[in-house]
Design a protein around this ligand. Structure first.
Ligand code: ADP
Length: 152
């Protein structure tokens, strides 16, 4: 059975922390689906199309990666896309507590979907999309935190 990982997130915008997790996951999975969330209750800084475009460009050289959008429950989307692993990044204890609850709830709903966590490299552990959004809103040098494809 092919190992298909779903990496869900807002990616608003994609950061070098996300890129680090994805690149380290490439040798572990046959296919990685980067699933960009579209949640009507969340206010994003960047449109879905923009977020997806930056991600598609960033990972264009990797044949095993594709970028899609999704709405609704992650487990439902995982089922429909044939994913058997859920990939998430962990930066710190706060991420761990948050992710643990989500992973346990997901396991109740879909036991066959195994959540896999990768620890972010220390180099990028401080980056979050929300910090990057703050830097962008205040005209700071956001480029050091994001892949080259992200240009405003
Ligand atoms: P969400 O809205 O689901 O939190 P994010 O785009 O913020 O979406 O994060 C998606 C995933 O990427 C999460 O697993 C998160 O822990 C991980 N992540 C975010 N920033 C980093 C980073 N700097 N290093 C490693 N993983 C990260």
């Amino acid at each position: 059975m092919p190992r298909i990982a779903l990496f869900p997130g807002s990616f608003d915008p994609i950061t070098l922390g996300h890129v680090n997790i994805v690149e380290r996951a490439i040798p572990l999975f046959d296919e990685i689906i980067l699933a960009v969330g579209e949640n009507a209750e969340k206010r994003y800084l960047f449109s879905l199309e923009q977020r997806m475009e930056w991600m598609t460009e960033t990972f264009a050289i990797y044949p095993s990666i594709r970028v899609v959008s999704y709405q609704g429950l992650t487990v439902d989307f995982a089922k429909n896309s044939g994913a058997n692993f859920l990939l998430r990044g962990l930066r710190n204890p706060a991420d761990f507590e948050f992710e643990k609850a989500i992973a346990q709830a997901n396991r109740e709903m879909m036991p066959e979907l195994e959540t896999v966590f990768l620890l972010t490299s220390a180099r990028w552990a401080f980056i979050s999309s929300s910090i990057v959004r703050d830097v962008i809103k205040n005209q700071g040098d956001y480029r050091r935190f994001v892949p080259d494809a992200v240009r405003l």
